[in-house]
Design a protein around this ligand. Sequence first.
Ligand code: ATP
Length: 439
Amino acid sequence: MERTLIADLRGKLDQTVKVQGMLQTLRDQKKMQFIVLRDRTGLLQVAHWKAGNPELAEQISKITTGSMLTVTGKVVANEIVKLGGLELQLESLKVESMAESPLPFDPFGDTLPSIDFRLDWRYLDLRRDLNLLMFKVATTALHAMRQYWIDHGFVEIHSPKLLGAPSESGAELFELEYFGTKAYLAQSPQFYKQMAMAAGFERVFETGPVFRADPSFTSRHMTEFTSLDMEMSWVDSHEDVMAFEEAMLAYVYQQVKDKHGDEIKERLGFEIEVPTLPFPRIPMSRAMEILKEVGYQLPPEKKGDVDPGGERALADYVKKNMNHDFFFLTDWPISVRPFYHMRHPDNPGLTRSFDLIASGLEITTGAQREHRYEVLAAQATEKGLSHELIQFYLDFFRYGCPPHGGLAIGLGRLLMVMLRIPNIRETVFLFRGPNRLSP
Ligand code: ATP
């Protein structure tokens, strides 16, 4: 008999079917046994009348939570059953894999242990419905983004993550042994996205892992994360990149809302809101005034930069005054931006760059890049970078490169904002941080 998914049972009323899944709970009563069975599409109540088959009843009594079962039975409508008004009247049962008991924690229980404990047992933690929902949303979001890129003439690249030279600066760089020499793990695909511009690809995207040797323990940093990157040629300024990103995100939110809006509402208790366009743009000079106006004091070491508290204060201001959850913070001073960001021709102290802040959290950095070899080389020198290390990158610009710009979105951060998840560790399959390398 072919397997029927739980979500498809409604179409099989009064038929005998085979269902496969995990035992979520067992209620062993005097006369009846009820198994709540779970597959990737939902939950099903399986009912067994003990007197009908006492041997099977005895076997069922011993099945532990989490065990994997194949069951057959008749699908019947039963209005009092909370799980979709359906019930399977058990005919046969096979235990495919018996779970050890007790479980280190009950992923279906009402109270959950600390996040660190759950991360030790992530494979059990991932059994929670919310986690499957999150991965479904992530799949839809990434699919939508990829669709949007493809529809707009982008091609996909996969740049190497093993590098012979640091991709940006020495900070936050993982170093490793490489056949008697040193290699580094890529902190971003930045240089290679730009190489594709020099190659005349004009529009590229890449989704892949990047690595940051950042010893911070915040709720928004990981040492390895998935970066969603794009780069596009023939832009007039960073404005073109921002316009592209906001339209793409509105599309992504719409797709997620259409596909998962109801389930998100039901399980998480809020409506996914598709952001309206355009997102407000706030130049850094104006942001500094706003922070003064609202009485937020930046730490002195943050000169020219905004700290996470400042981002939240600005987000509150934007929400209150412009009724928007997203805003672009633009035109950052050169002191806090990398050498390859293009500078404003009429104000060389400022870069043509932006961050996207969503619900008070930075989710994107982007910019127009400097594509003129001489200017780029001079900016690298000014930042104190050794040309020897980055000459391979500077060379990309020697034989013609169009004006271009691009951005990077952290997938974990996007999910935090979209699904209102307070800690980035909950948004990834397996978290990697300064003191976590397993499972
Ligand atoms: P932050 O200031 O928050 O440390 P950043 O300015 O170093 O971030 P970028 O290097 O510009 O970030 O990276 C682009 C995007 O990648 C960020 O906007 C964010 O969404 C994501 N990101 C950056 N660092 C991390 C990290 N350590 N963990 C998870 N996501 C990150």
